[in-house]
Each structure stands twice: as C-alpha cells, then as structure tokens.
Design a protein around this ligand. Sequence first.
Ligand code: FES
Ligand code: FES
Length: 166
Amino acid sequence: MAILLTVNGSPHEVDVDPATPLLYVLRGELALNGAKYGCGLGQCGSCTVVVDGEAVLSCMVPVMLLQGREITTVEGLGTIDKPGPLQQAFIEVQAAQCGYCIPGMMMSAHALLRRNARPSDAEIREALATNLCRCGTHMRILAAIRRAGELMQAASLPEPDEGRAG
Ligand code: FES
Ligand code: FES
C-alpha cells in the first residue's frame, strides 16, 4: 500500500505494509541510516526520531500512523558542510565515543530544545531517560546539549547593532 511520508521536509511515497515500523522504512526504503536499530523493542532509544516536535521511538511506530505528519531524522539537523547547532555542539564537545546512540540522543535533545532552549541538567536527563549509551559518555552528552542550547539562543538573538539608527 502506498503511504505518503514527509521526512526532513521532503515528501516520499513508499509502497510497504502499513504495519511496517517507521525505522525499517527510513533505513530500508529511504536510505536514511541515521536512526539506528538497537533493540527493536522500544528499550534503547537508538532509533529515536522527531514526529511533529515529539521524540518518538521509530522501531515502535507503524508507518500508517504517520501520513501527513512531519518526521525529522538526524539527517534533517544539518549537513557535514553546514552542521546544525546540535551537531556542531556534539563535535565541539567530542561527545560521541562509538556514536551508535548519538543520532537518537540528538533527536531527543532536538525535541527538548525546541520547547526549552535552556534546559537544566535534570530536564536533559529526563528527556533522554529512554536513550541508552553503553560507552559512558553521558557527561559529555549533557555538556553538548547545554552547548547546543547556547548556540541556538545565540543564533536567534539580534545582531548587536541590529535596529540601531545610523
Ligand atoms: S531500536 Fe528502537 S528503542 Fe531500541
Ligand atoms: S557513544 Fe557508544 S553507545 Fe553511546
């Protein structure tokens, strides 16, 4: 059955069983391999993407529920040449070790920072509670998310001389 998905702002028609989990469609049909298969059971967070602003475990959601909704994957946060604030911050802080969990971490962080650009450590921990990292780089991940919030705020502030007459 043809299903119309909007991923990172682009429409995609996929012909799959409507019960197929979004993760399989992203990786298998759309070649978007940023979201990772970890457990396939909703327990590790490595497959996290953002749907209509909310972090969602893509291994648990059938594509039939996603028609007409905005799906964002880690590929939608920026490019190698032009990384977005989260990607820039994770690189700056060197927050990845093996990196397998990082796309999911970034997407949970993306959902959080969209609603709160200055989260406390407790709020970050809560938002990322379902994202597991076996490598133990948790403190750097916290630092990277705080830094991304700063970068986002700086990007949304007016230039120092903006609005000044002559
Ligand atoms: S692969 Fe989806 S939660 Fe583990
Ligand atoms: S960086 Fe390896 S699992 Fe998180």
